[in-house]
Design a protein around this ligand. Structure first.
Ligand code: AMP
Length: 417
């Protein structure tokens, strides 16, 4: 029969790699609890309109990358391509604005995008991210960015750089977009087909295009920086001062606009010099209208998402420390039931133990014990059974002792101190 393979763009995470994932997840939890963030878990699929309204109909993600399907009742559902819209929806639906304080959330989980798979880019990938609602001062933006940067530093990631920008607000952006459209129309002949369509619908997105013609043309386009309103200018100055206060190095990239429509004011991205084409580690920004647009209170938010596959590509963590395993070797049915009793005592005292039920000869069982990296092989043979004893072989030191079954747990505890 033909083999069934995993869908394109997905991967299995198995031992020992899974231990690195667990370690990263634990680090996210421990790190963000220092800043009073609480974990939030939202569904992996949502009603499609959440993303259409939240992320923006004209974005790449919504137009081309969503896994959208109808369920059996004909509802349009979408596997989440990102998590900000879901966290906002959850906060509105659960009325968390009144019960959680401060309104700071982090999440960890899979996202789904119909992207072109390549190294560091998958169709099911994992992000951790944060969202903060209500707090709208630029100093908070600086703290969010500082924390993201500090987290990467705690992971010992090297060669990372931070770019920031302000993408304006609903007051100043419309006027700027008109100026941008004019400039883009003049260079229409140099733009790719996709970008030509964006000139009137969403000209900001031309800055994201990787086509050489579009990149070249957009270098000459006006940027929003000189069109920011007073409030946005003040916010941007506050952000830069805040980053200085936290001692975070950054560069301003006036052409960085980010791929989702909901951003206002602060936008930021951290890239790695060691990842090649897919060099973005994390990105995010402030969104002042999203909560209101999704039916919630008039309240701003800020957040970012980090790609966990990409972080893990960078992490040269030591292999996880194996627990000290006891391998129980036995043969006859009677010895097996004795081994089970001994194993129960070990598990209940917190030890890691494995019982070999196979009745294979002892030589084979020793080989298995070795392959599993067991610290001890416990032999429960005929003689041991008769005497209420167990033979313990220290696999590293290649020493063997016989002790009474009653004393085993105590003996191991002493030994492992
Ligand atoms: P975004 O939600 O597009 O702002 O992406 C945030 C981060 O998620 C990026 O900086 C990447 O690290 C990661 N990311 C986005 N898309 C993918 C993908 N298809 N595969 C792997 N990582 C991704």
């Amino acid at each position: 029969m033909s083999q069934i393979t995993a869908p394109r763009g997905t991967r299995d995470i198995v031992y020992p790699e899974v231990a690195r994932w667990q370690m990263l997840e634990e680090k996210v939890r421990a790190f963000y609890s220092r800043f009073l963030y609480r974990e939030i878990r939202t569904p992996m699929f949502e009603r499609s309109e959440l993303f259409q309204r939240g992320i923006g109909d004209a974005t790449e993600v919504v137009q081309k990358e969503m896994y959208t399907f109808e369920d059996k009742a004909g509802r349009s559902l979408t596997l989440r391509p990102e998590n900000t819209a879901s966290v906002v929806r959850a906060a509105i639906e659960g009325n968390l604005f009144d019960v959680v304080f401060p309104l700071r959330f982090f999440y960890i989980g899979p996202m789904f995008r119909y992207d072109k798979p390549q190294k560091g880019r998958y169709r099911q990938f994992h992000q951790f991210g944060v969202e903060v609602f209500r707090e709208d001062k630029p100093e908070l933006d600086a703290e969010v960015i500082y924390a993201a940067y500090a987290f990467l530093q705690e992971l010992h990631l090297r060669d990372i750089s931070l770019e920031i920008n302000s993408v304006g607000c609903e007051k100043c952006r419309p006027e700027y977009l008109e100026t941008l459209k004019l400039a883009a129309r003049k260079r229409e002949a140099d733009l790719c087909e996709d970008c030509r369509r964006k000139v009137d619908t969403n000209p900001l997105r031309i800055f994201d295009c990787k086509q050489p013609g579009c990149r070249e043309a957009s270098r000459g386009f006006p940027t929003i920086t000189s069109h920011l309103c007073d409030d946005c200018t003040e916010h941007f100055i506050g952000l830069k001062a805040g980053l200085d206060a936290y001692d975070v190095n950054f560069t301003v990239n006036e052409r960085m606009v980010r791929g989702l429509d909901y951003y206002t004011r602060t936008a930021f991205e951290i890239t790695s010099g060691q990842l090649g084409a897919q060099n973005a580690l994390l990105g995010g920004g402030r969104y002042n209208r999203l909560i209101r647009d999704l039916g919630g209170p008039d309240m701003s938010g800020i957040g970012f998402a980090a790609g966990m596959e990409r972080l893990l590509l960078h992490l040269d963590s030591p292999p996880p420390r194996e627990p000290r395993l006891c391998f129980l070797a036995c043969q006859s049915a009677e010895q097996r039931s004795l081994a089970m009793r001994v194993a129960r005592g070990l598990w209940e005292s917190g030890f890691h133990a494995y019982v070999d039920y196979s009745a294979a000869n002892l030589k084979k069982q020793f080989r298995r014990s070795d392959r599993m990296g067991a610290a001890y092989t416990l032999i429960l043979g005929e003689e041991e059974s008769a005497r209420g004893a167990v033979t313990v072989k220290d696999m590293e030191r290649q020493e063997q002792v016989r002790i009474s079954q009653q004393e085993l747990v105590q003996w191991l505890k002493q030994r492992d101190k």
